[in-house]
Design a protein around this ligand. Structure first.
Ligand SMILES: [Zn+2]
Length: 546
């Protein structure tokens, strides 16, 4: 077999760099992960060659090109050949030859013609292989009369296209395209072009039209005024950035849509993309994200896994993670951008480290399901939205989910609750300690009350939903109870009473509700067994009356 020369030769070295653009950075992450390196400046030409080899082998297969690359990301991509029409010139060349000769016995001039056509679109190696493949077929068929030449040609084309040498030819072409693009990225480019809108470091690439075929989610090129740069070549993007985007599919997750996780610091981006590339290596297919159907569920699952693996939560200290969840084909373009607040990342990481079971119980309440570990694995893979995750992403409080009011039971440990209050809700440590202290004094009082009275008081704070007066009344009643008990000190001073109502900020509507959630947590944490016992006794009495 002839070897096609595809080595990188004599070029200025290209330095790759992070850009802050999700698709370009994803491509760079893919190349780094393939090379087993951490920094773009460590990459050499061998690494790039290896990445090009790796990508073109996969992209040449139908499983990648049609349903994934063409169907979900970069429709009709002419660089990595995500285009159902890629093999068109091969079919045409073969069909023309058969029609010309009315058989498979080709004359020299027909062979020459076919070779020229195929070489123009692919290479002469493919032409040779096609002719070599058809020769024995033509000998076997020499006695067969072909009445419908059109149908016959159709059949022959189908057989030829399914041969591995065709896939190999596509692979060589993708490889050449990528190498050419890489060479262009390495050259210093003409200064008369505008700067790249992504990296700003290089000039826009002039050799290719830059539409959604090669950069997902851009316009199709049919409506030129879509591009505000008024460039008839599409978006002003440089060869460096276009080159890297072609590798993005390797670290994309394939859920119902495509998920690209963009993260900073870039060490984290590599960590969050690892799983995708590992799956690609293992299955030769795009990663299915462990069968997850919702991007946020998958991300939170990954955060837990990574944190437990590296056993430190400060990894997420200044992390920024954004999910790009999209579909881009010829029929539709949809994009959801989901930003994960840093404090939420830190909280979820911490939860996985200090109280994984507690965290699972809290999250399970977001599906209104009772928590159990086996079920959890199944639930988090469902398409159903989880209320806890949604609230965290929308900066809404999840405090009421730290306990289960039906069972009068806490879901997690106090230290997880404290971390959440401090880091996510922004409650001061001092205020939290103050509320816990008051909570302990309430528990101390409740414990000493006769059971029916204790039950009534707990119910009073539970049902204080409407307004602050209801909430305040609970304290007044409890203070009276306390005076009747052999407890010398009051429940709280007037100053403390005023403070408890505003412990979480001056906005009374928000503040007292948050404090109430915290107090209930403390009550359930300390008195769960007793409260359940009372409830059982009451049920038994009711039953005996009936
Ligand atoms: Zn650029």
């Amino acid at each position: 077999m002839r070897k096609v020369e595809t080595k990188i030769q004599n070029m200025d070295t290209v330095t790759f760099y992070w850009t802050g653009h999700p698709f370009v950075d994803a491509g760079l992450a893919a190349i780094l992960l393939i090379a087993g390196k951490n920094k773009p400046e460590e990459l050499n030409e061998k690494d790039i060659e290896r990445a090009i080899d790796f990508a073109s082998k996969l992209y040449a297969t139908k499983k990648w090109s049609s349903s994934f690359l063409h169907g979900m990301m970069m429709p009709n991509n002419g660089i990595i050949l995500a285009n159902p029409g890629t093999v068109g010139p091969i079919s045409t060349a073969i069909k023309n030859a058969i029609k010309q000769e009315k058989s498979l016995r080709f004359s020299e001039s027909t062979k020459k013609d076919l070779t020229e056509r195929i070489s123009k679109n692919f290479d002469s190696l493919l032409a040779d292989e096609i002719l070599k493949f058809l020769k024995p077929v033509s000998e076997n068929l020499s006695n067969v009369q072909t009445t419908n030449i059109e149908k016959f040609a159709e059949k022959v084309v189908k057989v030829v296209l399914s041969q591995p040498f065709v896939t190999e030819a596509i692979q060589r072409k993708i490889k050449n395209n990528l190498l050419n693009l890489f060479r262009d990225a390495s050259k210093s480019n003409s200064l008369d072009k505008p700067s790249c809108i992504i990296c700003g470091k290089r000039r826009a690439y002039a050799k290719k039209e830059v539409y959604r075929a090669i950069v997902p989610l851009l316009g199709s090129g049919d409506v030129l005024n879509y591009f505000h740069s008024a460039n008839p070549h599409g978006a002003d993007i440089c060869a460096h950035c276009i080159f890297l985007i072609q590798f993005m599919p390797l670290v994309s997750y394939r859920l119902p849509r495509v998920l690209v996780i963009h993260a900073y610091p870039y060490e984290l981006m590599l960590e969050l993309s690892k799983e995708a590339l590992a799956d690609v290596r293992k299955n030769r297919l795009a990663s299915r994200a462990k069968d997850f159907k919702r991007p946020e569920n998958f991300l939170f699952h990954l955060v837990g896994e990574i944190t437990r693996k590296i056993e430190r939560d400060e990894f997420w200290e200044n992390a920024s993670v954004t999910l790009y969840y999209f579909i881009c084909n010829n029929q539709k373009q949809i994009l959801d951008v989901i930003h994960i607040p840093t404090q939420v990342l830190r909280f979820v990481a911490y939860a996985n480290l200090v109280d994984q079971m507690g965290w699972k119980r809290i999250v399970s309440m977001g599906w209104k399901e009772s928590p159990d570990v086996v079920n959890f694995e199944k639930l988090e893979r469902e398409k159903r939205r989880n209320r806890i995750y949604s609230r965290l992403l929308n900066n809404e409080s999840i405090l009421p989910y730290f306990y289960n009011p039906k069972e009068r039971k806490v879901n997690a440990k106090w230290n997880l609750l404290a971390f959440y209050c401090k880091e996510v809700l922004g409650l001061e440590k001092e205020s939290l300690e103050f509320i816990r202290d008051i909570g302990d004094r309430i528990v101390e009082t409740l414990e000493k009350l006769p059971t029916n009275k204790m039950r009534r008081r707990v119910r009073e704070i539970e049902t204080a939903e409407k307004n602050i007066n209801q909430f305040a009344e609970f304290f007044i009643r409890l203070e009276k109870d306390r005076q009747e008990l052999p407890l010398k000190t009051p429940l709280m001073s007037f100053d403390e009473f005023a403070r408890i109502l505003t412990a979480y900020g001056e906005d009374l509507n928000i503040s007292w509700r948050i404090v109430k959630n915290l107090l209930l947590f403390r009550i359930y944490e300390k008195l769960h067994d007793k409260l359940i016992e009372i409830e059982k006794e009451e049920e038994e009495i009711e039953e005996s009356i009936e």
